[in-house]
Design a binder for this molecule. Structure first.
Ligand code: GDP
Ligand code: IMO
Ligand code: MG
Length: 430
């Protein structure tokens, strides 16, 4: 059975959660490997909407085990709240079904306070537009070797000593940024309780996945964010603080690269972005408004309106290279129904000359001019279409143009938020 990595090819919110939920029908494991509760993965099941921030999107299939890997940063308060919310909805979330890496790092209250204070004190042009969840400061501490792993919350004396030292420095920084210092006792007591609550869920998830692999289980790796939010290859510094690329599924879960069979890239039929940073095909006009309203493009985590624009195939081609993508899932094609004309970016010009790459600097990226193909749209509602051939000719042409340009097969086509609104053209697991 396969091990498949699913990643976003744009700036996040491509519909990864929905596709993972559809694929989970047959998977034994769904594994998050990076990011934290900056993610918001929305699933619509029988008209009911669920937003997951930290628990993998496989949780609605009762026979699947969900794993939070070592590369994830976990806000224990948010995780516990999410577990309890799901339980109230009648979803079984037990230590048998949810496995959390003891090595995953903990988002502490000072991480969130620092994230918010830095954004609040930055000039407009230096602001990243983060989700304010403490993600960046937590990864800084992990790499700076000042972090707490979830397992540390169960070691009372060790935790007390280390927290005392670390908090002193954090409070100094918070004061410098004009924010309130935090109280040691309050954090210490609260996080010990979190540690106790989470202890039954903690394990060595690498060993768990290794055993599963040897048994021949089907494992899905669920990326968060998207390729152009990657800390190395995204539009730096307007990125998140983890590697979002498929390669990090391995380091972020302790799973060897030679065991991965396929990489599925999720492509939204147009482009969106939340937060600051360059966006070559952005439409700050009635087209952008149309996409935002029709596509419900408001952040699942922060509720912010998402910036919207045309599909950018230069980005998708770059994403194929960076992730080793073997198949694509095209989502939200239904949102384009009703547009008179549809544009697709098939190249960039920089200072009047065509370029064949995605620039690495913000300076160049803000200057590139998209080269568009201009296609006729279609009027028909396509949400109920269950067969590719039944799509309007213009929609088929749009899909084929993407495939021809990218040279990777579109294996899944999503035409609405529900599980049923999905055409599987070729099952990515074979
Ligand atoms: P993720 O972060 O990549 O999982 O994506 P989000 O959940 O943040 O955003 C995708 C949104 O689009 C969610 O509200 C989904 O319910 C919705 N969605 C997913 N696929 C489709 C689709 O094919 N058509 C429509 N209309 N909505 C979709
Ligand atoms: P999913 O998994 C879209 C963006 C933020 C900001 C930048 C840095 O739902 O696709 P951070 O809080 O990570 O330090 O913010 O990254 N961002 C996302 N945008 N979807 C996400 O996740 C995102 N997670 C972070 O808006 O621009
Ligand atoms: Mg999202």
């Amino acid at each position: 059975m396969p091990a498949i990595v699913v990643v976003g090819t744009q700036w996040g919110d491509e519909g990864k959660g929905k596709i993972i939920d559809v694929l989970t029908e047959r998977a034994h494991f769904v594994v998050r490997f990076q990011g934290g509760n900056n993610a918001g993965h929305t699933l619509v099941i029988n008209k009911k909407k669920y937003i997951l921030h930290i628990i993998p999107s496989g949780i609605f299939h009762p026979n699947t085990i969900c794993v939070i890997g070592n590369g994830v940063v976990v806000d224990p308060a948010v995780l516990i709240e999410e577990i309890n919310r799901l339980k109230k909805e009648g979803i079984e979330v037990t230590p048998q079904r949810l496995k959390i890496s003891e090595r995953a790092h903990t988002i502490m209250p000072y991480h969130q306070a620092l994230d918010l204070a830095r954004e609040a004190t930055a000039n407009k042009k230096d602001r990243i537009g983060t989700t304010g969840r403490g993600i960046g400061p937590c990864y800084e501490d992990k790499v700076g070797r000042r972090g707490f792993r979830l397992i540390d919350l169960t070691k009372k004396d060790f935790f007390r000593e280390r927290l005392k030292k670390i908090l002193e420095e954090k409070n100094f920084l918070l004061k410098y940024l004009g924010a309130e210092p935090l109280d040691f006792e309050e954090i210490f007591e609260k996080y010990l309780t979190y540690g106790q609550y989470l202890q039954p869920y903690l394990c060595d998830t690498s060993t768990l996945l290794w055993e599963a692999y040897k048994k021949g289980d089907y494992i899905l790796f669920e990326g968060a964010q998207g390729t152009f939010l990657d800390v190395d290859y995204g539009t730096y510094p307007y990125v998140t603080s983890s590697n979002t690329l498929a390669g990090n599924a391995c380091a972020g879960s302790g799973f060897g690269p030679s065991h991965i069979n396929a990489v599925l890239g999720i492509v939204k039929a147009y482009t969106t972005r939340v937060g600051e940073g360059p966006f070559p095909t952005e439409q700050t006009n009635e087209i952008g408004n149309y996409l935002r309203e029709k596509g419900g493009e408001f952040g699942s985590t922060t509720g912010r309106p998402r910036r919207c624009g045309w599909l950018d195939l230069v980005m998708i081609k770059t994403a194929v290279q960076l992730n080793g993508i073997t198949g694509l899932a095209l989502t939200k094609l239904d949102v384009l129904s009703g547009l008179e004309r549809i544009k697709v970016c098939v190249g960039y010009k920089l200072e009047g000359r065509p370029i064949s790459y995605f620039p690495s600097t913000i300076e160049e990226l803000t200057k590139v001019e998209p080269i568009y193909e201009d296609l006729p749209g279609w009027r028909e509602d396509i949400t109920t279409v269950r067969d590719f051939e039944a799509l309007p000719q213009q929609a088929k042409d749009y899909v084929r143009l993407i495939e021809e340009y990218i040279k990777v097969p579109i294996q899944m086509l999503s035409t609405g938020p529900e599980r049923e609104n999905c055409l599987i053209l070729k099952d990515p697991s074979f």
